[in-house]
Write a protein that binds this ligand. Structure first.
Ligand code: CP
Ligand code: NVA
Length: 322
């Protein structure tokens, strides 16, 4: 499949990116295609102006390096500007209703990217506001990261459909969005998590149904090596996510052994790649040998956050074209 020259089957009509479950396979491909084109344009020094005169508000209730920088730099490369709004500083953090915040920002800016805890807060912004809302990570989902991941897998493997991705670790926001995104594109997904930390069964059911439609498989098991067997892509994430710092000690016990290491490489495909959304904890969810070794493509993946987020903004907020 030539994603760079992907021909859309239907016009892109999504207003928001709350979760990839809302987007069709065709819409995800359109976004990846935009991201690949914008990357090529940036690398060859071609100007992009599709956000000319537009402003993105970026609300952060949690820390960020990649998401903040990719959206801020991406907006500027597309001719627009971005505002960093920490909830520690804006009235939302002091209890101003999300509905009022949504309506006020809708009068002043052209889109909102938000990183927060509850998915329902994003849904409220979308309900009360009149501008695109982009999920920059919630406790439930991290769709922007998965778009960059799919782009990276495509660049490294030249295809998406028919591959197998194994995720070892917490059934968290990354596990949910990977299951959803991959299952929509016909990529097999195997998740290995300890009991008590499996992905939310509702999102697993969505993903199983997506996979059935696209001729692939989603499985959840307990054994990391079972998940990694014959995988083209190995993926992991931290044992304790942002907001779970108080559970660190309990989680370190629960996740012992849920690590991508050379045993996983030995059962995966010889040419497998290793991905991690970052930040990573070497020696916990992944060994230094793997994350810093020849299978790892984590910095290409991190760079693709920039291009993928530009693809999202071009589609949701752009003036058309690039
Ligand atoms: N992967 C990711 O979202 O990184 P940040 O937390 O640094 O934004
Ligand atoms: N699961 C992690 C992802 C960080 C990008 C977290 O939510 O902290």
């Amino acid at each position: 499949m030539d994603l760079l020259n992907y021909q859309a089957k239907t016009p892109f009509t999504q207003k928001h990116l709350l979760t990839l479950q809302d987007w069709s396979e065709d819409e995800i491909y359109q976004c990846l295609s935009h991201a690949l084109k914008l990357k090529a344009m940036q690398k060859s020094g071609q100007k992009q102006r599709c956000l000319s005169g537009k402003t993105l508000a970026m609300i952060f209730a949690k820390s960020s390096t990649r998401t903040r920088v990719s959206f801020e730099v991406g907006t500027s490369q597309l001719g627009g500007s971005a505002l960093f709004l920490s909830t520690a500083d804006i009235q939302l953090g002091r209890g101003e209703p999300i509905s009022d915040t949504a309506q006020v920002l809708s009068r002043m800016v052209d889109g909102i990217m938000i990183r927060t805890f509850k998915q329902s807060d994003l849904e409220a912004l979308a309900k009360y506001g009149s501008i695109p809302i982009i999920n920059g990570l919630t406790d439930e989902f991290h769709p922007c990261q998965v778009l960059a991941d799919l782009m990276t897998i495509y660049e490294k493997k030249g295809t998406l459909k028919g591959l197998k991705l194994a995720f070892v670790g917490d059934g968290n926001n990354m596990a949910h969005s990977l299951m959803i995104g991959c299952s929509k594109l016909g990529i097999d997904v195997a998740i290995a998590s300890p009991d008590g930390y499996k992905p939310n069964p509702v999102y697993t059911a969505w993903s199983v149904a997506n996979a059935e439609k696209h001729g692939s498989k989603v499985t959840v098991c307990t054994d990391p090596l079972e998940a990694c067997k014959d995988a083209d892509v190995l993926y992991t994430d931290v044992w304790a996510s942002m907001g779970q710092e108080g559970e660190t000690a309990v989680r370190q016990k629960a996740f012992a052994g849920y690590q991508i290491n050379t045993d996983c490489l030995a059962v995966a495909r010889k040419d497998c790649i290793f991905l991690h959304c970052l930040p990573a904890h070497r020696g916990e969810e992944v060994t230094a040998e793997v994350i810093d070794g020849p299978h790892s493509v984590i910095f290409d993946e991190a760079e693709n956050r920039l291009h993928a987020q530009k693809g999202v903004m071009a589609l949701l907020m752009g003036n058309g074209g690039f």
